[in-house]
Design a protein around this ligand. Structure first.
Ligand code: 5FX
Length: 538
């Protein structure tokens, strides 16, 4: 019996991230009823990964063994069963996976995939199905040459951003494929299908090659984000016959691909009518899992500081990514990521307040909003934009100074980090409006003084969203939403589930203080970028 009865219906979401495979099962009311996890390093030590990946000596080539991911699925399906999941009640399965990574199926692999034998594990049957044993992942940075060539091929970095939503990035799949074609042409020739990690996982469950979805596809530098089709110009640079190898058809993210493969019915007792829904990238899946509404900005304050938002009229730029919105084919999402997040905040805390967060907060609160016109940039690691490391401090006359007092330094660090999130969101077309809410996650979101500063900089309320598994949960929501999308909007589906606590409201003078400061920040950032030899067209 399939669980048409909503009270028993179960939806399963996977998240194949860098270090682990996570599964979350939810019921029809979107409550989590089962969770399970496989850690690659510790549960599958035979693959000898470190943090889920293998890095070669030059530190630039970073891969993961494709078969390790398959074995992780074998293991997690056993674990979920031991946890008591009833596979017969699963109505739909979807998933999320680390973006940009790629999988290379060998000629003839489709026959094995379509004829899996229920009495054996997946990894035993599929181990010989890949032309490239190790999948390049998002941490790879070995393709600088291919990135510059691709940009040149289409007329420049901004032109590539206008077509695909991003300038060329080393981890994006187009340059990864180009490198394989250039350095190992025979391997490329033996490949019948190239998948992203997301549609590779979907293919396992569908027992056939699953198409790439618009949202994950827009992290490849190959998809035209306006037409939602491959950009022939970009494909032509990367490798011959690429359209066929990637699959002609791209699909909207909330799409049912088909029914589950007979293998899972026979081996685990899944229902024959269980639907396989498109899998997508972890960033689009997190946007879904956090329940981002139209005007919301999600800010994750962790090792790196990241912003997600939804956009109707994006302005692709050189400093962030415009991806297709996983919930709406007519709009977009922006993803902006900065490397210097919590490690830099901790350095300033150590320098200015003896490593003590409460003293740090006292210093922050002892200075006025706008910090007497002082602005600071602190880059412990070479930043994504501007591509530079070091500290840069400016006084209210825009003159560079060598140091600030401790309390000014603390505010300059926090305001500087938050203003850049706002400035770069605005660069991509986001407008702060009366309905803007900032959804904050990550370690620093627990600090009330910082959250107040975030609210002031964005002149919007900050809502706390502690959702550690937002990608896996987003995948489970996607599984359900894809089945009912003609009956209700995503917002209606999640209305009662996604809540959050308003942790800070903007001060009355926030607009007047931070609007001009953001303008000055933009100008000074461009000056710094000139030192690093590149600027944005804004
Ligand atoms: C985004 O562009 C990234 O490269 C990362 O967030 C990966 O998606 C992590 F899996």
């Amino acid at each position: 019996m399939l669980a048409n009865d909503e009270s028993n219906a179960t939806y399963l979401g996977f998240d194949l991230s860098t270090q682990q495979l996570k599964a979350i099962a939810i019921n029809g009311s979107l409550q989590v009823i089962h969770e399970s996890c496989v850690h690659f390093d510790t549960d599958l030590p035979e693959f000898r990964t470190h943090g889920g990946v293998n890095q070669n000596a030059d530190q630039q080539t970073v891969t993961a063994p494709t078969v390790m991911w398959i074995k992780a699925f074998d293991l997690i399906l056993e674990r979920l069963k031991i946890n008591g999941i009833d596979y017969n009640m699963i109505v739909a399965i979807s998933g999320s996976a680390q973006q940009h990574g790629s999988v290379y199926w060998k000629k003839g692999a489709i026959n094995t995939l379509k004829n899996l034998k229920a009495d054996n594990f997946l990894h035993n049957q599929l181990s010989q199905c890949f032309s490239c044993r190790d999948s390049p992942v998002w941490m790879d940075s070995s393709t600088t040459k291919q990135c510059r060539e691709l940009e040149q091929w289409v007329g420049g970095a901004q032109q590539l951003a206008d077509i695909t939503g991003s300038r060329a990035y080393e981890r994006f799949t187009g340059s990864q494929i180009a490198r394989i074609y250039q350095t190992k042409p025979e391997m490329y020739g033996q490949t019948e299908r190239i998948c992203l990690v997301s549609n590779f996982c979907a293919s396992l469950f569908a027992g056939d090659y699953a198409p790439i979805d618009y949202s994950d596809g827009s992290g490849m530098n190959l998809l035209d984000i306006t037409t939602h089709d491959w950009s022939q110009q970009c494909l032509d640079y990367c490798a011959p016959d690429l359209r066929t190898k990637l699959g002609e058809t791209l699909i909207p993210t909330p799409s049912v691909i088909g029914n589950i493969s007979q293998y899972f019915v026979d081996r685990y007792g899944f229902n024959v009518d269980c639907k396989i829904v498109s899998f997508t990238g972890d960033n689009p899946a997190s946007l879904i899992g956090m329940g981002l509404r139209k005007d919301d900005v999600a800010v994750s304050l962790g090792t790196s500081d990241t912003v997600f938002l939804r956009l109707t009229n994006p302005i692709p730029a050189l400093d962030g990514h415009v991806l297709c919105n996983p919930l709406d084919d007519n709009s977009y999402m922006a993803l902006i990521c900065f490397k210097n997040g919590s490690r830099t905040r901790e350095r300033i805390r150590n320098d200015c307040s003896e490593g003590d967060w409460s003293l740090f907060n006292e210093l922050l609160e002892s200075t006025p909003r706008g910090n007497f016109g002082n602005i600071g940039f602190y880059f412990d690691f070479k930043e994504i934009y501007p591509v530079i490391s070091g500290d840069f401090r400016y006084n209210k006359f825009d003159s560079e100074v060598q140091r600030f007092s401790k309390e000014v330094e603390v505010r300059a660090c926090i305001e500087g980090q938050f203003i850049r999130l706002r400035v770069h969101a605005e660069n991509l077309g986001y407008n702060i409006g009366p309905n803007t809410r900032v959804l904050a996650t990550g370690g620093a979101s627990a600090n009330p003084a910082m959250i107040q500063a975030l609210s002031d900089v964005f002149n919007a309320p900050v809502v706390l969203k502690e959702q550690p598994n937002s990608a896996a949960l987003g995948a489970a929501y996607l599984a359900k939403y894809s089945l009912i999308k003609n009956e209700m909007t995503f917002e209606e589906m999640i209305e009662e589930t996604i809540s959050g606590l308003v942790a800070a409201n903007p001060s009355l003078d926030a607009y007047n203080v931070y609007t001009p400061l953001a303008q000055r920040y933009r100008k000074q950032e461009n000056e710094i970028a000139k030192k690093a030899n590149h600027t944005l067209n804004v």
